[in-house]
Design a protein. Structure first.
Length: 198
């Protein structure tokens, strides 16, 4: 259930001769994938997820996963005295991967439904943080203006550095959230124990 986040800076820039107010927008696309598992007990389902779940690192697998990537198109406005972000538009692609199990015995089906609901809540929180990250980037960049920067060279570098810092801040939040959820006695352990019937 750990998040693998691939936040990358992809900037497409164009210069405009007339500077105006920064117009912004982020388009979000969400996809859901699933992988099939089978088992007649909670322990069997957990073992199947451990065997078939999405890769997390080199040797381990996760129960579920949230992946995202983001790209930006920035239009610059330049005058003789200033350089500003005229418009910024982003594209955030989020992909959730969840386990899928069918034909379970009635008692196990109820536990599975509760387990999967908890897993989805966890992964959606990762997706929400990715959305918050893009809003923070959008807000920071849309207000950017600099003086005495012919060709907007310094401005482009400064905006990219701001984006990188925001990405790092939100990636740290993602990691902290996972550490809290996955710790001993945490929410994820509770979900696993309930599914196993402990």
């Amino acid at each position: 259930m750990r998040c693998i986040a691939s936040a990358r800076i992809v900037l497409f820039a164009a210069c405009a001769a007339i500077a105006g107010e920064a117009a912004a927008g982020v388009k979000v696309s969400e996809k859901t994938r699933s992988y099939e598992i089978a088992g007649n007990t909670g322990a069997a389902l957990l073992a199947a997820m451990d065997h078939r779940g999405p890769k997390h690192g080199f040797l381990t697998r996760a129960i579920a996963q949230t992946r995202y990537s983001v790209s930006w198109t920035i239009e610059w406005g330049e005058t003789r005295t200033s350089c500003r972000v005229k418009s910024i538009n982003g594209k955030l692609d989020i992909t959730y991967t969840y386990p899928s199990a069918n034909g379970l015995p009635p008692g196990l089906e109820r536990r599975w439904s509760r387990f999967l609901a908890g897993v989805k809540k966890h992964e959606k929180a990762h997706g929400d943080m990715a959305r918050q990250m893009t809003r923070a980037v959008e807000k920071s960049a849309s207000k950017f203006v600099a003086h005495n920067d012919p060709g907007c060279r310094k401005s482009r570098r400064e905006v990219k550095e701001r984006m990188t810092a925001i990405y790092a801040e939100y990636e740290a939040r993602q990691i902290k959230f996972d550490a809290r959820e996955h710790r001993d006695g945490g929410r994820v352990e509770g979900l696993i124990e309930a599914l196993a019937g402990r």
